[in-house]
Design a protein around this ligand. Structure first.
Ligand code: KIV
Ligand code: ZN
Length: 522
């Protein structure tokens, strides 16, 4: 348990910079639709994130539009758009964040020898000139400019200090030193911040920031060490999603600071009771499952299985619990309601689970709940969450599964008769396949012709028992970009059809918003 925390001052306030919508969304399969990004941004804003990196506006029309819309609607947080060092990138980012109450341009360039030589093919002095020009350009557009030295932890210290000093002189208000490849260690990263802050004469004019990747599983430890070294902004993502092994997980950083205030005498502005909700929403919209034993937000994070632990917990919860489930927004798993439960009970259950739905969405969800309660004996919180997450993910889909009949069993070939709703127009087809799922996918392909490659088909159970809902994830790849669809139903085959159609909807949405531009280093 945490000991008494030392007295804290404003200087101990750590800004939370969430990059779920940019670095998180960049990882294969995590693509979110426009509406899903808005939903995540609203939640991040509501839970007290200080800066939301909403996207990379030059990357595609879809990214630009999402950043612009998030800039317009976010109430409290600063909204940042990412840009390489080129003026086209910076101007586009400036345009995208213009409507924000607090706009920020985040511009970056590589500074390590290996990146400058092989990726940029530029000499250090050329890079230094670009640092100054890019920051100055951004500063002409907004007052809040962040500069990042990509691959900062593998950059020579003298050159790093020269770049940081020049960036601050050119107008950067935040300096981020990323561990782009997840290579550093806590001691090394802490010392790096101390060195740069001591050696750069104008260091006191900027906030320093950590940005860690998890290739060696050290992203959170490194981030905390960077804060000890003087950084006061942490860049992180919900559930730690991100490039390769991911980024530092927001929920882990927030709870490490809260739970071990004796070791980390800092504060954040995050309402920790929203952490579980944020994790579930991000998992639902990206269709990335959260590993069961994930710290803070994993299904087993507060589960006590062994007899000795259970005995200890019954005597005093502090024996095996260093933070309470309630403090991160976990409600106790409970049998909720059955088919006789009414709207009022359903509404209050949703509130308890952290969902805020409009009247129409609530009505739809209630009808779905009733249908589920008719088919399933016990409806648990997890069932309701799976159902609502699916509603959220499919709310803006143009193609929907209307009905499905499958003939399966030993007497093949298996066949599927499927009706899809295309914005009100119904089309039906029958197809056969090598097994029922293959037959269903063939039927979908007959109605929605596509060239996408199936990268993943995965089934898991939401709760226990043979009447449990099956949760199906389907990942598709088209032109080098992946999307994931997820759906839950007590019928595994219906869930499979919905998950596949959901992924195709995402591909269709991406096509209509413009494919991402092939990005080159500047
Ligand atoms: O990991 C990285 O270096 C980045 C930068 C763009 C900040 O994501
Ligand atoms: Zn990154």
């Amino acid at each position: 348990m945490s000991e008494t925390a030392p007295q804290q001052t404003d200087a101990d306030r750590v800004l939370i910079f969430d990059t779920t919508l940019r670095d998180g969304e960049q990882c294969p399969g995590a693509t979110m639709t426009f509406e899903e990004k808005l939903e995540v941004a609203d939640l991040l804003d509501g839970m007290g994130v200080d800066i939301i990196e909403a996207g990379f506006p030059i990357a595609s029309v879809g990214d630009f539009e999402a950043v612009s819309e998030i800039a317009k609607r976010v109430r409290n947080a600063t909204v940042a758009g990412l840009a390489r060092a080129g003026f086209k990138d910076i101007d586009r980012a400036g345009e995208a964040v213009r409507a924000a109450r607090r706009p920020r341009i985040h511009t970056f360039i590589s500074t390590s020898p290996v990146h400058m030589k092989h990726k940029l093919q530029k000499e250090p002095d050329e890079v230094l000139e670009m640092v100054v020009a890019s920051v100055a350009r951004a500063r002409n557009l907004v007052d809040d400019v962040e500069w990042s030295c990509e691959d900062g932890t593998r950059t020579e210290h003298d050159f790093l200090c020269r770049c940081v000093e020049a960036a601050i002189k050119a107008g950067a208000t935040t300096i981020n030193i990323p561990d782009t490849v997840g290579y550093t260690t806590p001691d090394e990263y802490r010392a790096l911040f101390r060195t740069v802050r001591e050696r750069v004469p104008n260091a006191d004019k900027a906030v320093f920031s950590v940005h860690c990747h998890d290739d060696l599983g050290l992203a959170v430890a490194n981030s905390l060490a960077g804060i000890e070294g003087g950084a006061r902004q942490v860049e992180c993502t919900v559930n730690g999603i991100g490039e390769r092994a991911g980024n530092a997980a927001l929920e882990e950083i927030v709870m490490a600071i809260r739970t071990r205030a004796d070791a980390y005498p800092f504060t954040t502005g995050i309402d920790a009771t929203q952490l579980t909700r944020a994790s579930k929403l991000v998992s639902a919209v990206t269709s990335f499952p959260v590993q069961y034993n994930k710290a803070i937000v994993g299904r087993n994070a507060f589960a006590h299985e062994s007899g000795i632990h259970q005995d200890g917990m019954l005597k005093n919860t502090q024996t095996y619990e260093i933070m309470t489930p309630e403090s991160v927004g976990v409600s106790k798993t409970s049998l909720v309601m059955g088919k006789h439960s009414g709207r009022a009970a359903f509404r209050s259950k949703l509130k308890e689970l952290g969902y805020q739905l409009g009247e129409n969405a609530l009505e739809d969800a209630f009808n779905q709940f009733k249908a589920l309660a008719d088919r399933k004996k016990h409806v648990y919180d997890e069932d309701i969450e799976a159902l609502i997450d699916q509603e959220i993910a499919s709310a803006h889909e143009h193609v929907r599964v209307l009905s499905l009949t499958v003939i399966a069993g030993t007497m093949g070939p298996q066949s599927a008769t499927l009706t899809l709703d295309f914005d009100g127009e119904h089309r039906t087809v029958q197809a056969t396949g090598n097994g029922p799922v293959d037959a269903i996918f063939n039927a979908v392909n007959a109605l929605v012709p596509n060239e996408a490659n199936l990268e993943l088909y995965q089934v898991s159970a939401v709760t226990e028992g043979t009447d449990a809902q099956a949760e199906v994830s389907v990942r598709l790849e088209e032109n080098g970009r992946s999307v994931t669809g997820r759906a839950a139903d007590t019928d595994t085959l219906v869930a499979s059809a919905r998950a596949y159609v959901s992924a195709l909807n995402k591909l269709l949405a991406r096509r209509s918003k413009g494919a991402p531009e092939a990005l080159r280093a500047v």
